[in-house]
Design a protein around this ligand. Structure first.
Ligand code: ATP
Ligand code: MG
Ligand code: MG
Length: 384
């Protein structure tokens, strides 16, 4: 009996445990919170990731360890990796935790990125703005997620000047660090969800198109409406990065598509929200393949079954039956208490054709009063 340890007990750990059950796997989840939602399906060890005693207990009970979020302290991941196999490796995790190191890696690997500059002081911010131009985005180098720790600078707009950005984030220049990035007026956001096995085998799911609202993922559509040439470039970028990092497991590479070119935004070193559609929409889900990869087992086919759209539920869950009653509708309730801004669940609608998917989504949007959320996806499907 193999026990997989997961650091972090949110919905990703929960879906990993659900996918691992048919493979005969047991799980141990470690989280700082006693009500972590993965604890509803797997034994939960409550502890701080920096607490050596808690980590030692975790290590003694698992055969292999992985992550459900990227901000586990890199030293803790390293300490753990000296006791049990840890995938992805702590060096990759540590590098990706820092947006500056991450973007530098992308550039060195030949993966195009928006212009960026390290910012360590107020004067440094002015110099970076002069070099990069406006509009631009000031971001914390570490610990940001769901668009938190970001400030958009548009000197023509009240409340969006360099002074305002410094008021909002300047205090963090000496703690988590800051990076300034050019704002990309992208036509579309895409992601490559990919998996690399312990033996180096590499597979990708079809490219996914994503829509964000206030920096948080709102909807994903797979396959994205892109030609094969662009997909091939995106997959090559993902493969190159995975090889450089000696990455094992599932990851997502977020891309901006601008003027027909791809620019990399960030890499998420874990299963990713933009790959949730793969549970019902692909031959093998991202969760199952992550398990297969970290265990060194054969990877499953990543081929799609038709067309799939995932809708994120943020803050509170809408009426499940509006989704369950449509053909190809699937519901995921993460078992979390409602809270503004919190990801509490998602739905996936899968149909054989793009037209059918557009029709079903339109109906779901109307019955939930969420026409705004489905509109860009329906529009994309109708134009494909
Ligand atoms: P998560 O890890 O949850 O995806 P995050 O906090 O790491 O989010 P980013 O992915 O960097 O943040 O940004 C969130 C969203 O903000 C992006 O998906 C994109 O919509 C927008 N955004 C971020 N950086 C840029 C940029 N340089 N140009 C244009 N839009 C951007
Ligand atoms: Mg991120
Ligand atoms: Mg992101």
């Amino acid at each position: 009996m193999t026990t997989v340890g997961i650091l972090g007990g949110g919905q990703l750990a929960r879906m990993l445990a659900l996918a691992g059950a048919p493979l005969g796997l047991r799980f141990l989840v470690m989280d700082t919170q006693p009500d972590a939602c993965a604890g509803q399906f797997a034994p939960l060890l409550v502890g701080d990731y920096r607490d050596e005693d808690a980590l030692a207990e975790f290590a003694s009970k698992v055969d292999v360890a992985t992550f459900d979020f990227e901000n586990v302290p890199a030293e803790s991941a390293q300490w753990l990796s000296e006791r049990v196999p840890v995938f992805p490796n702590p060096r990759a995790l540590g590098l990706i935790q820092d947006r500056l190191a991450e973007k530098t890696l992308f550039r060195d690997a030949g993966v195009p990125v928006p212009e960026f500059a390290d910012v360590t002081s107020r004067e440094g911010l002015d110099a970076a703005i002069a070099a990069i131009g406006t509009p631009c985005i000031l971001k914390t180098r570490r610990l940001g997620y769901d668009g938190k720790g970001q400030f958009r600078i548009r000197p023509d707009k009240a409340g969006a000047t360099a002074d305002d950005a410094w008021d909002a984030l300047g205090a963090q220049a000496q703690t988590v660090g800051l990076i300034l990035e050019a704002f990309v007026p992208f036509e579309r956001e895409l992601s490559v969800v990919a998996v690399r096995g312990r033996d180096g085998e590499f597979r990708t799911w079809p490219l996914t198109e994503n829509w964000h609202v206030d920096g948080v993922l709102s909807a994903s559509l797979a396959p994205a409406r892109v030609d094969d040439a662009l997909s091939t470039i995106a997959f090559d970028h993902a493969r190159r990065l995975a090889e450089r990092l000696d990455y094992v497991g599932v990851f997502a590479l977020e891309l901006f598509c601008h003027g027909g070119e791809l620019l990399a935004n960030e890499l998420a070193p874990r299963v990713h929200n933009s790959g949730h559609w793969s549970i019902e929409g692909a031959e093998t889900s991202q969760f199952e393949n992550h398990m297969r990869a970290v265990l060194g087992r054969p990877l499953g086919a990543t081929t799609m079954r038709g067309h799939a759209c995932m809708l994120n539920w943020i803050g509170e869950l809408p009426d499940a039956d509006a989704v369950l009653q449509v053909a190809g509708g699937h519901w995921h309730d993460y078992g979390k208490l409602p809270r503004p801004g919190r990801k509490v669940g998602h739905a996936t609608v899968r149909r054989d054709s793009a037209m059918e998917l557009a029709q079903v989504l339109q109906r779901v949007g109307e019955s939930l009063g969420r026409q705004d959320q489905v509109a860009p996806v329906v529009d994309a499907l109708e134009r494909s």
